[in-house]
Design a protein around this ligand. Structure first.
Ligand code: NAD
Length: 473
């Protein structure tokens, strides 16, 4: 039976069947169907109709629903992880981690739904406002259209759905075409809650239909995570809507001369340059190593990368599986070949087997090569020697992206300096840029996007302030 999609909380199917296959071996992960035009209309109309009622639903009811989702995901963790692996080719160990994160994302949203509130502001700081007080209330901006990418098919869907429910904003979610099944499984868990029908829908649709949805005036908020060209295309199309863009990056790590445990830094760099085949927007792509530590770290990175298990994603010991399809692996291959032709040194990797690209370490890469300049979104890391931390900071900033950076140092003054000086949404001190806790504000500057996710930040972003001024107090 086809996995149903969800229209206004109801399980639904169409004749437009979609097969979802593993990028590793083509095994069938499951089937579903694309929502019909009538079902898309029903989802949007129901969301718009229920918006006022949903915004008034008590916080305890929204919190209870979110808590239920968190608990059910935890109970079904192994099944959910296996499904992520089956449809995306993500190695099981990383799928398990993603499920654990989604459990936490929903739990945080359940807690924040109870805490999230407005504020009381005194206005009598100015003689003209003596005796006045402002109540600042936050209310949802309206129905959210959530558009999700393939690389975290559960947790990035959670980052759209959970904050919307927490603030009482209906959501119409469009999962990525390669990975709809786990989002639909999440729908089956949402269907167990008492959330009002219409407050949520999960509808797989082709990209053309998603493009039309973006322009629908009944969906005033578009929350998009994905690639820059698609994201900026959306912004250009609806410049007056509230558009959140969580886009790509080419994250950098800097290893400073004071960092003592060089082998640990190298192991973290190797792991998080290659995890889920580098298909993370904060995967380590560029590494700037101070000359004092370059040789030791470079050698250790290569040694750790060579130890990574590559192959079948279902094998719990696999670290690096396939990319999302063979075309993605061919693109990565061509970018590495371009760098090598331009004079780069291939320290390890550089081979492809179908959709699996071998974990690859490059050095001496000219700065204008795509593996430095663009988002690789593959298991490739570029090591660069720098004469000073200042030079590393300049190089980190020499990018049109700015999501996160990692800084291996124990110098607290340098940490603060990095926070001011690096043009990124977050600096991770003592670790790789790939660290993300789901409650912290997360997002990019420059072409990595606008707006912030992270449960509380997203809830703030999905709501607007209304002031009620009381006089004569
Ligand atoms: P993508 O841009 O190809 O697709 C993202 C989503 O947009 C998918 O659901 C897709 O179906 C949809 N889409 C495509 N064309 C559309 C259109 N015309 N109108 C509306 N929707 C449309 O991205 P992807 O390949 O799924 O994901 C990889 C990208 O996502 C990378 O660039 C990665 O860095 C980025 N990403 C960013 C973050 C972040 O938080 N900043 C997190 C994960 C991934």
């Amino acid at each position: 039976m086809n996995t149903p999609y969800w229209v206004a909380g109801q399980a639904t199917s169409s004749a437009d069947v979609v097969e979802v296959r593993s990028p590793y071996d083509g095994a069938l992960a499951g089937t579903t169907s694309n929502a019909t035009a009538q079902d898309v209309e029903r989802a949007v109309a129901a969301a718009a109709d229920v918006a006022e009622e949903f915004a008034s639903l008590p916080a305890h009811a929204r919190s209870a629903a979110l808590d239920h989702v968190s608990r059910r995901l935890a109970e079904r963790a192994e099944e959910v992880a296996a499904l992520i692996t089956a449809e995306s080719g993500k190695p099981l160990k990383w799928s398990r981690m993603e499920v654990a994160r989604a459990v936490s994302t929903f739990r945080w949203a359940a807690e924040e739904a109870r805490r999230f509130s407005g504020e009381l502001q005194r206005l009598d700081t100015d003689p003209a406002a003596t005796g006045r007080l402002a109540l600042v209330r936050r209310s949802p901006r309206g129905v959210v259209l959530g558009i999700a990418p393939f690389n975290f098919p559960l947790n990035l869907v959670a980052h759209k759905v959970a904050p919307a429910i927490a603030v009482g904003a209906p959501i119409v979610l469009k999962p990525a075409p390669a990975t709809p099944l786990v989002a639909l499984l999440l729908g089956s868990i949402l269907a167990e809650t008492d959330l009002p029908a219409g407050s949520w829908s999960v509808i797989p649709v082709p990209n053309e239909v998603a493009g039309e949805l973006v322009a629908d005036p009944r969906l005033p908020v578009v929350s998009f995570t994905g690639s820059g060209p698609v994201g900026y295309g959306i912004l250009d199309r609806v410049p007056r809507k509230h558009v959140v863009l969580e886009l790509g990056g080419n994250a950098a790590a800097v290893v400073c001369p004071d960092w003592a445990d060089l082998d640990w830094a190298a192991q973290r760099i190797a792991t998080f340059a290659m995890y889920q085949g580098g298909q993370s927007c904060i995967s380590v792509q560029r590494v700037y190593l101070h000359a004092d530590v370059y040789d030791a770290v470079a050698e250790a990175v290569v040694a750790h990368v060579r130890k990574l298990g590559t192959g079948a994603p279902q094998d719990p010991s696999t670290d690096v599986g396939p990319l999302i399809n063979e075309a993605a692996a061919q693109r990565v291959e061509s970018w590495v070949d371009e760098a090598v032709a331009a004079g780069a040194t291939l320290l390890t990797g550089g081979t492809r087997d179908g959709a699996v690209y071998a974990p690859t370490v490059l050095a001496d890469v000219p700065a204008d090569c795509k593996v430095v300049d663009e988002e690789v979104f593959g298991p490739v890391v570029v090591l660069t020697r720098v004469a000073s931390v200042e030079e590393a900071f300049d190089k980190v900033n020499d990018s049109r992206f700015g999501l996160q950076a990692g800084l291996f140092t124990t110098d607290v003054r340098l940490a603060f300096k990095a926070s001011k000086r690096l043009a990124v949404g977050g600096v991770i001190v003592g670790d790789v840029p790939s660290f993300r806790a789901d409650q912290m504000p997360y997002g990019g500057v420059k072409e990595s996007g606008t707006g912030r996710e992270g449960v509380h930040a997203a809830m703030t972003d999905l709501t607007e302030e209304h002031v009620l001024v009381l006089t004569g107090l």
